[in-house]
Design a protein around this ligand. Structure first.
Ligand code: HEC
Ligand code: HEC
Length: 266
């Protein structure tokens, strides 16, 4: 009479083992799905919170036209875990400010191999950060002399600016107030800044309620996934350990019973 072939071993150990295994796999799939949904929700919320914070903290410097104070707000997001980049765009949707990049309100240019160069740097360095195009208060950059000057040199007439300069995603749509774009491990969120009466004092050619420009943030979702994975892993470890403890305790009890009262197992 072999313990491992006995009916009781089969009923008390083998069958429950497979039941627990099936249940365990089911639960794991469920938890995994649940935590992925949670990660997604948290990342979306985090992205919106960062954008909102950016809007609130940059408002004062924008409303006073303080470019350096504004750049400091942009750069301060560098210290927040999960924030990959922070941007600002003009009303023509071209990027003028970017986290940890010098800017005097000119553009960032894409090179042919897909990299970008910060075209602001030479103007920034020449002027100690003070360069200001002289028609800024009555012309947007697209109509500015700064552009014409460059057009003479390298700009094909009527070309799409976004081909060579960094810009808002083309499909950006602000009918819901905020535009969210997901791409691989990144989530981006953008929103509009609108013109108020007090802006017109300086930006004399703008009209109230028109878009003045756009703000954007880019979040790396992996930090949230890693956090949630840690929790899931702890839970899985706990489940495996409990199951092992339970089955080894049952097995040993059953084996003692088998040693003492072999007739039960017949
Ligand atoms: C005291 C003057 C002043 C006031 C008031 C002001 N700005 Fe500006 N703003 C500036 C200056 C100077 C620049 C830099 C121009 C440049 O780089 O070409 C600028 C640039 C900007 C830019 C960058 C894009 C661009 O078109 O150059 C945006 C967006 C902007 N301002 C929005 C606003 C909004 C919105 C308000 C009102 C809430 C506002 N500004 C009020 C002076 C001002
Ligand atoms: C074919 C590519 C190309 C296109 C299209 C293009 N640009 Fe440029 N742009 C450049 C290059 C290259 C420079 C020079 C960058 C440098 O010197 O760092 C430049 C520089 C500029 C500058 C000079 C100041 C700065 O930001 O460095 C302005 C302003 C500018 N472009 C505006 C525009 C506008 C507005 C459009 C759309 C109407 C446009 N560009 C379309 C390639 C392009």
């Amino acid at each position: 009479m072999n313990f491992f072939k006995s009916a009781l071993f089969f009923k008390i150990i083998v069958i429950p083992f497979f039941l627990v295994l099936a249940m365990g796999i089911g639960m794991l799939l469920y938890i995994n799905n649940f935590s992925m949904n949670l990660v997604e929700k948290n990342v979306q919320q985090f992205t919106k919170d960062i954008l909102y914070t950016y809007k609130v903290f940059s408002y004062a410097s924008i409303a006073k036209g303080q470019r350096h104070a504004f750049q400091e707000v942009v750069d301060s997001f560098n210290n927040i875990q999960g924030v990959k980049d922070v941007y600002a765009f003009n009303r023509n949707k071209l990027m003028l400010y970017k986290m940890n990049e010098k800017s005097v309100g000119l553009l960032f240019t894409k090179t042919k191999d897909g990299k970008y160069v910060n075209s602001n740097v030479k103007f920034y360095n020449q002027s100690n950060g003070l360069f200001l195009r002289d028609d800024w208060f009555y012309k947007d950059l697209n109509e500015s002399k700064a552009k014409d000057m460059m057009f003479n040199r390298e700009h094909p007439k009527g070309a799409d600016c976004t081909k060579c300069h960094l810009a808002l995603p083309k499909e950006a749509d602000f009918s819901n107030g905020i535009f969210i774009k997901e791409e691989g491990k990144y989530v981006e969120a953008y929103s509009e800044i609108s013109v108020e009466t007090k802006c017109i004092k300086c930006h004399t050619h703008w009209k109230e309620h028109e878009p003045a420009g756009y703000l954007g943030v880019k979040i790396d979702r992996t930090f949230e996934e890693t956090n949630s994975l840690k929790v899931t892993n702890k839970f899985i470890l706990f489940m495996i350990m409990t199951t092992v403890a339970l089955f080894s305790s049952n097995l040993s009890t059953l084996y003692k019973l088998y040693e003492n009262q072999k007739y039960v197992f017949r």
